[in-house]
Design a protein around this ligand. Structure first.
Ligand code: DGJ
Length: 608
């Protein structure tokens, strides 16, 4: 199928003429004769497709290289035709939106569910000089989304004077690279501290007070209780969102993260006189109600948790006000990220970022920050049990699962299957770019081609079906698992009737447990667990199956005699399923053996 460019002129209702141009994966703005701006949608047409004639407006389609044909039709008809043919979304100018239905979630981008195959740039990558070292890594990863900071100190180095030149360059380059953006607002909090706040903020302790511990020590974390801090941060964030409103009409930015890993290290909360006064007062009614508690002071209501809950509420309210003010300019979806605490055991809040949205205070944050669409875990725990437990804690009917940061080492990559199997919206390893930094021991020792490919293999597999997966995940039933540390097979219950066992380390013939020749070698290159599988239900007895270095074996939950009646291997091409061949015989006798090749299967189960 050839890609096509759609160009043309739309006769607007008011008589103005609107030239349009829409390229695949790119949205072009247009200005009509009256000076109004708009956005033409993504449109990829089959050059051999018949394009209907709707009269009054002229629109031509042409092959990317050369004009091949002309066909007049209205803009809407053209876009509808493009959508029908390609499955591409029809509403390019729609604001991205986080939606929920029956406890499942989707990030709508251009009006349709979007799967973020993301990567987060290193912290100091937020300069035009660094961007050329970022895009090649994004490309090598096959990522569709880049998460990158916008620092308060860089947009408002002098109070009241804003500079968005970096943002503009970033937007342009993201469009040129056909990559969506998640902007990380490094403001009052960046990993507990105000390092990324301008000097006029972070050096003025009087105007912007820091947290004081119970012992009277000052911590390098700004207190959430001072209106001056809130107003200054809010003003800058609002300016950013206002700028985006005009600088990004096509919504290259799909998500915004106000602040970064909020909370305070080495202090549970602020004990300044201002904070003490608030702490001695009543717990706000909204929180009391949300948690089903009886009214009282913080200590009365929350006992031993009072200090941490007070800090979480106070930071949550602060962030909510920043986000709400930003949304009044441009209501993009917004999330916060969490520096985690131990997912299983009690941990003293002194030893993690207290007041940040750790799992034990999610309900507090939910009540405090209704303008925040999702709370997301930053995962730097290597054990699969910890990762899965964390995902379970953050995947809730009232909270969309999204992993905005995960370690960059190979062992983390398999968890994309755990995330997507829990209806996750996206996944993003941290610090994969060529700016010369790597975050071992949390992540990889070096960022080289192999490091990138450890994640790239999965994005290459999922990229062509990303929209379909996101839709299936939002509308229906999906399952998935990454290879666990014990390398053991796992059986997933696919509703009442069917099961799927995902196993690892199998060759394509026979079984490792009962080898034909009495003995069989271990698969090479399996030192680090890297397998995983995904399954989506298409109809009661039909499933989409994909994965990497895993065997998927269907079973009957009720012990029925069954078979895989048809196993189609195919691929998605601009939203359309393209049949490639049937798997049968050796390809199905020992389960469905997914290799390092990008394999996608449609499996029909039947009884006999
Ligand atoms: C988590 C933070 O959110 C990131 O900005 C970065 O500092 C990473 N930690 C480093 O691992």
């Amino acid at each position: 199928m050839d890609e096509a460019v759609v160009t043309g002129v739309l006769q607007a209702e008011n008589g103005g003429r609107i030239p349009i141009q829409a390229l695949q994966g790119n949205y072009r703005t247009y200005t009509n004769d009256n000076g109004n701006k708009g956005v033409a949608t993504r449109a990829t047409l089959r050059t051999d497709a018949y394009i209907d004639h709707h009269g009054e407006q002229a629109l031509k389609t042409q092959d990317k290289a050369q004009a091949k044909r002309r066909a007049p039709l209205s803009l809407l008809a053209a876009l509808a035709a493009a959508t029908a043919l390609t499955g591409a979304p029809a509403h390019a100018a729609d604001l991205p939106k986080l939606v929920e239905k029956d406890g499942r979630h989707a990030l709508l981008v251009d009006g349709a569910p979007f799967l973020m195959l993301g990567v987060q740039a290193n912290n100091a990558a937020n300069y035009p000089s660094q961007l050329p070292k970022v895009w090649p890594a994004v490309k090598a990863l096959h990522a569709n989304t880049l998460e990158i900071p916008v620092a308060w100190e860089q947009i408002e180095p002098i109070e009241g004077q804003f500079d968005f030149s970096y943002v503009d360059i970033l937007l342009k380059q993201a469009r040129d690279n056909d990559v969506k953006l998640v902007l990380l607002w490094f403001g009052t909090w960046k990993n507990n501290g105000p390092a990324y706040a301008p000097e006029w903020v972070k050096l003025d302790n009087k105007r912007f007070p820091r947290v004081i511990t119970a012992k009277g020590e000052t911590r390098n974390s700004l207190s959430p209780h001072f209106p001056a801090t809130l107003e200054a941060d809010k003003k800058a964030f609002v300016a950013l969102m206002r700028h985006l409103k005009t600088a990004d009409p096509d919504h290259t930015v799909i998500l915004v993260q106000p602040e970064n890993e909020t909370g305070t290290y080495n202090a549970v909360r602020d004990y300044s006189p201002t904070a003490q006064k608030l702490f001695a007062g009543p717990v706000p009614e909204k929180l009391v109600k949300a948690l089903g508690k009886k009214p009282g002071t913080w200590s009365q209501v929350f006992g031993k948790d009072a200090d941490e809950f007070f800090h979480a509420w106070s930071i949550g309210r602060f962030v909510d006000e920043v986000a709400a003010a930003g949304k009044r300019e441009l209501p993009l979806p917004m999330y916060v990220n969490a520096a985690l605490r131990d997912p299983f055991n009690y941990q003293d809040p002194y030893t993690y970022s207290s007041g940040g949205p750790t799992w034990n205070v999610l309900d507090v944050w939910k009540a405090a920050a209704p303008s925040i669409d999702a709370i997301a875990p930053d995962i730097y725990m290597r054990e699969s049990s910890n990762v899965r437990k964390t995902l379970d804690q953050y995947a809730r009917p009232d909270n969309a699962l999204f992993v905005p940061e995960i370690g960059s080492d190979k062992g983390y990559a398999r968890h994309i299957y755990d995330v997507l199997g829990r209806h996750g919206l996206g996944f993003s390893p941290f610090g994969l770019d060529h700016t010369g930094y790597s975050n071992y021991p949390l992540g990889a020792k070096t960022v080289d081609a192999q490091t990138l490919d450890n994640f790239g293999v999965h994005y290459r597999l999922l990229g062509p079906m990303a929209r379909q997966w996101a839709k299936l995940s939002y509308e229906g039933k999906v399952w998935g698992a990454g290879e666990a540390d014990d390398r053991k097979a796992e059986t997933l219950a696919l509703g009442d009737r069917w099961t799927a066992t995902v196993s690892y380390g199998e060759w394509q013939f026979g079984s490792i447990d009962q080898p034909w020749m009495g003995k069989v070698e271990k698969q090479p290159g399996r030192e680090v667990p890297d397998g995983g599988a995904l399954i989506a239900q298409l109809s009661p007895n039909e499933f989409l199956v994909t994965g990497y270095r895993a065997r998927v074996s269907f079973g009957s939950a009720k012990g029925e005699r069954f078979m895989m009646a048809r196993v189609e291997e195919g691929h998605f091409d601009n939203g359309q399923w393209v049949f490639d061949r049937l798997w049968n015989g050796d390809q199905t006798d020992y389960g469905l053996n997914l290799t390092t090749l990008p394999q996608v299967l449609k499996v029909k189960l039947a009884t006999y």
